[in-house]
Design a protein around this ligand. Structure first.
Ligand code: ADP
Ligand code: ADP
Ligand code: MG
Length: 448
C-alpha cells in the first residue's frame, strides 16, 4: 500500500481524502495557499505545505510548486480530488515522469476522455449511443452554421475541454447561431485555454443520469449503479440522489452493461463517472466521462457501502478489487444537498465571509462532508461549495424526511447559504413525486 499521499486540493474534498488516508494508516500531506493557512484541510492533515499565494493559478494549479512540495514531503502519490488539476493529463504525466503515483487513470485515458469531442468520436466509433451532433473539424462559423442546420435547432455549443457546467451555450434558432458560435469560441479560450467546440442537438428537459465505475489495474471493472443529478442550475448540480426514480430494472441493466463496455474500450483504471442524458422514453445517450472522483460520490457510498476514496487509493497501490459486480447491491436511498455560500435571493451571488455561528446536523443516517467550522472565514478566491449534507434512508420517502430534518438543524450564521433553497426543492410536489428533469429548477426559480 502507498504510505504517504499528498492531496493537491482544498475544501471538503481534501478533508474527505485525509479521512480516507487516516483510516488506511496512510500519512496525509495537505498543500495550502496563503489564504488557507487556517483552513480545515491544512489543520487536519498530518503535514501541510504552503504552495503559494491565494489565487488558484498561483497555488492549487501551480504544478511546479505542487511537485516540489511532493518531493520535499517524501509523498509517493498525489490525490487530485475534483476540479483544479484533477483532469489535467499533462499534470498526470508529469507525476508519472517524476515517479509519483497519480491517483486516477492513466494520462492517456484522461486525454482521450477529457476532450469531450474526442470522447464522442470514440463512442461513436464503438457503437455507443450519443446525442445527434458534430465533433469533427469545423472550418469556420459558416461551416458550423451548415452543420447546425443539418442537426436542427435548438442546438448546444460546447467547449471540448469544458467542465463544471461552464462553456455551454444553447442556441434556439438559426439567426442567433453565428454570434453565439463566435462568443462560445472566445469563452472557451478564456476559460479552458482552447477554442475547440463541438455541437450537440439540444435534448429538451432530459434527465442527467450518471454511473459510477471502479476499475483495477488487473482488468476488473464494476459499476456501482447510478446517480440522478437532474436538479441543476445553469447546468450545475445542486442536489443529487441515488438510485434514480426514473430507471426501471431493464434500463438500469442495459445502461450498466454499456458502462462496463465503455470502460473496456478505453482501458479505464481507477474511479470514474460516465454521464448520460436520458429522455422520457428511456433512451439514453453518452454525454461525457469524468475521469476523477465526483462531488456527489458519497450518495453512491451510502447505497453500496463502498468507500470510493479508499478504493481509489487501493487501486493506485496495485490491489485487485475485492468484490465483483454481483456483490454490489443497492441498499436504500441516498440524497445529497450541496451547501453553497451563496445568496439564493440575490441570484445565487457568492457570499464569502466569517462564519459567526455554526450548528451542524447529525443523527442516524446523516453525514456531513464539510470544510468549515465556527469562526472560519470563507475566502472569495475559490468555489462557493462549503459542505455537502448527505442522508441515507431505507427508501426515498424516508431520505427526503431525513434531509428536511437535517437541513432544519443546520445553522450557518454570518454568511448567506442556499439551505432555504434546498428546502424549497425538497418541498416541491414534482420533486416529491420523482417527476422532474433538468428543466425542474428553472421552473422553481422562476415561480418564486
Ligand atoms: P461533478 O462533475 O463532480 O458533479 P462539478 O461539475 O460540479 O462536479 O465540478 C466539480 C468541481 O470542479 C467544481 O468546483 C467545478 O467548478 C470544478 N470543475 C470541473 N471541471 C472543471 C474544468 N474543466 N475547469 C475548471 N473547473 C472545473
Ligand atoms: P460539464 O462538463 O460542464 O459537466 P456536460 O456536457 O456534462 O458538461 O453537461 C452539463 C449539463 O448540461 C448536463 O448535465 C445537462 O443538464 C446539460 N446538457 C448537456 N448536454 C445537453 C444536451 N445535448 N441537451 C440538453 N441538455 C444538455
Ligand atoms: Mg458533466
Amino acid at each position: 500500500m502507498i504510505k504517504k499521499v499528498l492531496i493537491a486540493n482544498r475544501g471538503e474534498v481534501a478533508v474527505r481524502i485525509i479521512r480516507a488516508c487516516r483510516e488506511l494508516g496512510i500519512i496525509s500531506v495537505a498543500v495550502y495557499s496563503e489564504t488557507d493557512k487556517e483552513a480545515l484541510h491544512t489543520q487536519l492533515a498530518d503535514e501541510a505545505i504552503c504552495i503559494g499565494p491565494s489565487s488558484s493559478r498561483d497555488s492549487y494549479l501551480n504544478i511546479p510548486n505542487i511537485l516540489e512540495a511532493t518531493a520535499l514531503s517524501g509523498a509517493e502519490a498525489i490525490h487530485p480530488g475534483f476540479g483544479f488539476l484533477s483532469e489535467n493529463s499533462k499534470f498526470a504525466k508529469m507525476c508519472g515522469d517524476c515517479n509519483i503515483t497519480f491517483i486516477g487513470p492513466s494520462y492517456k485515458t484522461m486525454d482521450l476522455m477529457g476532450d469531450k469531442a474526442n470522447a464522442r468520436r470514440t463512442m461513436k466509433e464503438n457503437g455507443i449511443p450519443i446525442v445527434d451532433g458534430y465533433e469533427g473539424h469545423i472550418k469556420d462559423e459558416n461551416h458550423a452554421l451548415d452543420i447546425a442546420k443539418k442537426i436542427g435547432f435548438p442546438i448546444m455549443i460546447k467547449a471540448a475541454l469544458g467542465g463544471g457546467g461552464k462553456g455551454i451555450r444553447i442556441v434556439e434558432n438559426e439567426k442567433d447561431f453565428i454570434n453565439a458560435y463566435i462568443m462560445a469560441k472566445s469563452e472557451a479560450v478564456a476559460c479552458f485555454n482552447n477554442d475547440t467546440v463541438y455541437l450537440e442537438k439540444y435534448v429538451k428537459n432530459p434527465h442527467h443520469i450518471e454511473f459510477q465505475v471502479l476499475a483495477d489495474s488487473h482488468g476488473n471493472v464494476v459499476h456501482l449503479f447510478e446517480r440522478d443529478c437532474s436538479v441543476q442550475r445553469k447546468n450545475q448540480k445542486l442536489l443529487e440522489e441515488a438510485p434514480s426514480t426514473i430507471l426501471d430494472e431493464v434500463t438500469r441493466k442495459k445502461m450498466g452493461d454499456v458502462v462496463l463496455k465503455i470502460c473496456k474500450i478505453v482501458g479505464y483504471v481507477n474511479a470514474g463517472t460516465i454521464e448520460f442524458l436520458v429522455d422520457d422514453d428511456k433512451n439514453f445517450y453518452f454525454m461525457e466521462m469524468n475521469t476523477r472522483i465526483q462531488v456527489e460520490h458519497p450518495i453512491t457510498e451510502m447505497i453500496t457501502g463502498i468507500d470510493l476514496i479508499k478504493e481509489q487509493i487501493k487501486i493506485a497501490s496495485g490491489y485487485k478489487l475485492s468484490f465483483n459486480q454481483d456483490d454490489i447491491k443497492i441498499n436504500g436511498h441516498s440524497i445529497e444537498c450541496r451547501i453553497n455560500a451563496e445568496d439564493a435571493k440575490r441570484n445565487f451571488l457568492p457570499s464569502p465571509g466569517k462564519i459567526e455561528q455554526l450548528n451542524v446536523p447529525g443523527g442516524f443516517g446523516v453525514r456531513l462532508d464539510s470544510a468549515v467550522y465556527q469562526g472560519y472565514t470563507i475566502p472569495s478566491f475559490y468555489d462557493s461549495m462549503i459542505a455537502k449534507l448527505i442522508v441515507h434512508g431505507k427508501n426515498r420517502q424516508e431520505a427526503i424526511m431525513k434531509m428536511k430534518r437535517a437541513l432544519a438543524e443546520f445553522v450557518i450564521d454570518g454568511i448567506e447559504s442556499n439551505i432555504d433553497f434546498q428546502f424549497k426543492i425538497l418541498n416541491d410536489p414534482d420533486f416529491n413525486s420523482g417527476n422532474y428533469n433538468t428543466g425542474f429548477l428553472n421552473k422553481l426559480v422562476n415561480n418564486k
